[in-house]
Design a protein around this ligand. Sequence first.
Ligand code: VGL
Ligand code: ZN
Length: 210
Amino acid sequence: MNALIVVDVQNDFLPGGSLAVPDGQAVIPIANAAMENAKRSGSIVVATQDRHPRNHGSFASQHENADIGSVIELDGLDQVLWSDHCVADTPGVAFPEALRTDLIDRVFPKGGDPMVDSYSGFFDNGRRHSTGLAEFLRDQGVTSVTVLGLATDYCVKFTALDAAAEGFNTTLLLDGSRGVNLNPGDVDAAVAELCDHGVHIKRVEETNQC
Ligand code: VGL
Ligand code: ZN
């Protein structure tokens, strides 16, 4: 059984949102087509949703004299500071109107603990809590997953790494994802790291490159 994991395709990560990923809107039609294909072939579709409390420790606004993009220590872990984003019960946390949310079987929220960020859809960054995604997929008999969404160098990367580490045969749909590139080359480095960890890198209509 295959599953498609749609990562963090949310208003705040789209142009006009508070943490816009360049060209992020381009993933919407690709996600929709991938979800339609998945459902047609009997696969499961799950989505992850970044969903933070207003006082989340990853927000630069919660720290004195802290610049967006700088790195601090948050409860023992290195933490990049972001603009406020995906705050629960705000329009920014929602999936965009254009996304075929009717095709999503289950949504896995993450990032609810103000003291630890959660890039992966499986575990928080300290691996203190599981979202239940791995257990859900195993219960459904899933052995392979395809990952796409936002952002390639953060939540998509860590979701794909954890999927592979959890034993799922994992493919990144590269052109179904867009990255932040906080530092130039971050997306390329993420792709190389994913390859190193056995994640297949694929483009729509293409076979595996590694
Ligand atoms: C993300 C930064 C902060 C992501 C989430 O979805 O990639 N990036 N929170
Ligand atoms: Zn976040």
